[in-house]
Design a protein around this ligand. Structure first.
Ligand code: EPZ
Length: 429
């Protein structure tokens, strides 16, 4: 298994190209099942999750053609996928595949909307929380699907097609909102989603669906209205930039010190994260290219943060912020409200000398003068990158094990950081 070795203490200077968003790419690829024509997605990141989803879609009969390199493109430009679900030959998503990536459960929406049936394995457990799918099922029932749960599979049927309805989410759910929007796009009549997720990735998927002929309004707000259409068509869509990747590198620069431009990063998608970085003592400057992050000389100030759905502070940046606060001058508090078990990085950060107390949903971080390199273990995608951030400022060498977690969501991480001066390398096998 690959590992990553980091020698800490180097500042970061230069520029980092931000890739297309993983959490927009996955639902966009799934949306291709809604049409028999070709959906072309540009700026698609080269990630393990994207490759796995290609396999999962292939299992339903979907062809995915990867566009070749074009003149002037660099290794940091995203790939272009030509996705064609002309014929759906299988409406079952097996446990072996779904259990490896939870978001693949979302195929249930376009499959039942387009073919009238879907048999999808329940995703099973996850490192960061129980993560049930009851609200996704509730949404499909509100749109007229008959649901049966049997042998670990959710069977959804709508023999006469789905019909418009009202979906009120008792709590904000990104997956639930994607599921409801996709299903309602082909339902007969009008649907209304209340208390919808407002994440930028929801808006990006809705923009793409509207290019495919859907009639969606209000995406990005908590009330979305969808007028169902009989058929959707092919389109070309550029994936929005990855605000979580951008936020992660911004935290890395604040941790190591330096001056870096995050190219293609969109500050408006990351406001809550950037505001916290300014509180902590980093300088944030929007530029034509993206976002410039600087921290030189000044120490890090402690912060108090509670994670929340967009536009609040994203849970997907919680671990990275905790790593940063291990070196703040004083006591920070971070409260995690989205996932009940998203503190797996705490014990690993403690191995580097961090002082963190956990009480229920809140972590109290006592800033320390120095961290010291050590072997650490990645446990999930965002926890693993928090260890990389801590290692950038730790004295000596850190070895991060199980980096396959990182490859799920960060494209060319060690290349991007070493191009800015970090002493980081991957050790294969
Ligand atoms: C999406 O997961 C993201 N994944 C997650 O990113 C992200 O952390 C999360 O949204 C919150 O922003 C993708 O986009 C692929 P939710 P999702 O439904 O849709 C509960 C990463 O690191 N819930 O918004 O699964 C749930 O347990 C990943 O890139 C129910 O109770 O998250 C959680 O407590 C990790 N019943 C809360 O709602 C349901 O049916 C929010 O989950 C659905 C969710």
């Amino acid at each position: 298994m690959d590992r990553i070795r980091i020698s800490g203490g180097r500042k970061l200077n230069g520029s980092i190209p931000i890739s297309g968003a993983k959490n927009a790419t996955l639902p966009l690829m799934i949306a291709s099942l809604l049409t028999d024509q070709t959906l072309v997605l540009e700026n698609v990141p080269r990630l393990a999750d994207v490759a796995l989803l290609q396999r999962i879609l292939g299992n339903h009969g979907v062809d995915v053609m990867v566009g070749g390199k074009r003149a002037g493109e660099t290794q940091y430009d995203g790939q272009t996928l030509h996705i064609s679900a002309a014929h759906i030959i299988d409406t079952t998503a097996p446990y072996e595949l779904v259990s490896r990536m939870r978001a693949s459960f979302w195929v249930i929406a376009p499959l039942v909307a387009r073919t009238g049936e879907a048999r999808i394995s329940m995703p099973g457990g996850c490192a960061i929380g129980t993560r049930p799918v009851d609200l996704l099922i509730m949404a499909l029932e509100r749109l007229g699907a008959e649901i049966e749960i049997e042998g670990g599979y959710v069977i959804a049927r709508a023999r006469n097609g789905l019909r418009g309805g009202k979906v009120v989410f008792p709590k904000v759910t990104v997956g639930g909102t994607h599921t409801a929007v996709m299903a309602a796009s082909l339902a007969k009549g009008t649907s209304v989603i209340e208390n919808a997720a407002r994440e930028p990735e929801i808006k990006d998927v809705a923009d793409c669906l509207n290019k495919m002929g859907a009639k969606i309004s209000g995406a990005g707000t908590s009330r979305i209205v969808i007028e169902g259409v009989a058929r959707l068509f092919g389109a070309r869509h550029r994936v929005v930039s990855d605000r979580i990747e951008a936020g992660t590198y911004a935290m890395a620069v604040a941790m190591a010190g330096g001056d870096v431009v995050l190219e293609n990063a969109q500050p408006e998608l990351l406001k809550a994260g950037l505001d916290v970085l300014v509180q902590a003592g980093a300088e944030i400057t929007p530029t034509n290219a993206g976002i410039r992050v600087t921290r030189n000389g000044s120490g890090l100030a402690p912060v108090e943060v509670t994670t929340a759905p967009f536009p609040g502070f994203p849970t997907d940046l919680q671990a990275q912020l905790m790593a940063l606060m291990t070196r703040a001058r004083g006591t920070s508090r971070i409260t995690e409200t989205i996932f009940e078990n998203r503190f797996m990085h705490v014990q690993e950060l403690a191995r580097l000398g961090a002082r963190i107390q956990l009480e229920g949903e809140t972590a109290t971080i006592e800033g320390v003068e120095r961290l010291k390199g050590a072997p650490v273990m990645a446990t999930d995608l965002r926890a693993s990158v928090s260890l990389v951030i801590a290692a950038l400022a730790a004295e000596g060498e850190t070895m991060v094990n199980r980096v396959y977690h990182l490859d799920r969501g960060f494209e060319r991480l060690e290349d991007k950081l070493s191009a800015c001066g970090a002493a980081i390398e991957r050790i294969n096998g």
